[in-house]
Design a protein around this ligand. Structure first.
Ligand code: 13P
Length: 343
């Protein structure tokens, strides 16, 4: 087994999962603004320090995904964040795409950029201590969308990124996100997700990417946020696992879902339903079904913190609570009664 395959296994082992804290400066500032927090580099550093020094985090979290700014930062006493992560027994990863830009000739669609100079950046991140990387493609649903052009261009970029990651010794987290924006049905999300996943795995194969060093970070199969339909957690679990089974090769190291704008409670309940019904090793789902959430773990903590040191401990408890709920969901042991603490 290669080091990469071992790392991928480690990230998905037991009932732990990934904490995505790799918001770009723009995205982080937008979330800070909504929570009434000053948008400065120091505020972002303090927030990331709050997350990384949460007591007990490593009991539920196997890896954290950092942003370029964060991987270079340190806590107030000067200890580099990477040292804190390492000391906790958590694996550091890094977002390496440079964002989704308008896809020329295709109104309403995006292509993720960042391939230029990526080989050098990946080697630099590996030398710093990163052991996995992430690249996010976004696919919008709408009238006539997604187009083949959007799906194919993003799948190709994801595969070029993954091949470069593996050359540098990094596990590739491959994230083709079908967005929740819109009023589309669950069935339309399912169709688009299956198309996108098939294209991604075709391109990964064309670029000679070893699938045991790849973690797929997909969306769950859900209706649009503006759709009146509210499926049960079991319906989401059935549709999601069925889609993965049709499109994801068994050799893939595992699945780590994004949360995509679902509430923390819903994300936990749906992940729980999948593991309660299909937990590996089962014929329906041969891969571990894990999580790599940002908002569904961080949001309550961010709102409680609100930029104030006096709220720090309570924010950390809220963060740990969501991480524990998702860890329980990996065992199929999450219950809404776990939410009584109010976070
Ligand atoms: P969410 O869980 O908030 O969707 O974020 C996951 C992520 O890493 C987005 O790229």
């Amino acid at each position: 087994m290669t080091d990469m395959a071992r790392t991928a296994r480690l990230l998905l082992a037991g009932d732990k999962g990934l904490l995505a804290m790799d918001e770009s400066t723009g995205t982080c500032d937008k979330r800070f603004a909504r929570a009434g927090i000053l948008q400065t580099e120091e505020a972002r550093r303090r927030y990331r320090e709050l997350i990384l020094t949460t007591p007990g985090l490593a009991e539920c979290i196997s890896g954290v995904i950092l942003y370029d700014e964060t991987i270079r930062q340190a806590q107030a006493d000067g200890t580099p964040f990477l040292k804190i992560i390492e000391a906790a027994g958590i694996l550091p990863g890094i977002k390496v795409d440079t964002g989704a830009k308008d896809l020329a000739g295709h109104a309403g669609e995006k292509i993720t950029e960042g391939l230029d100079g990526l080989r050098e950046r990946l080697h630099d991140y590996f030398a710093k201590g990163a052991r996995f990387a992430k690249w996010r493609a976004v696919i919008a649903l709408g009238d006539g969308l997604p187009t083949h052009a959007c799906i194919d261009a993003n799948a190709h970029a994801l595969a070029r990124y993954a091949a470069l990651c593996q050359e540098a010794g990094l596990v590739a987290i491959v994230e083709p996100e079908v967005l929740m924006d819109g009023d589309h049905t669950l069935a339309r999300c399912q169709q688009a997700t299956e198309r996108a996943l098939r294209a991604v795995f075709e391109q990964l194969s064309a670029q000679n990417v070893a699938l045991d060093g790849v973690i797929l970070k997909p969306n769950m199969i859900l209706p649009g946020l503006a759709s009146p339909a509210q499926p049960t957690a079991d319906e989401v679990a059935d549709a999601t696992v069925e889609t993965l089974r049709r499109a994801v090769p068994v050799e893939t190291a595992g699945i780590a879902f994004l949360s995509g704008g679902q509430s923390g409670e819903r994300a936990s309940a749906r992940l729980n339903a999948m593991n309660a019904k299909f937990k590996a090793p089962s014929a329906a789902a041969p891969w571990p079904l894990g999580f790599s959430f940002a908002r569904a773990i961080q949001q309550p903590a961010l709102e409680i913190w609100a930029g104030k040191d006096s709220n720090r401990a309570e924010a950390q408890r809220a963060l740990l609570h969501r991480a524990q709920c998702n860890s329980a969901a990996r065992r199929g042991a999450y219950a809404p009664s776990m939410e009584v603490s109010g976070s």
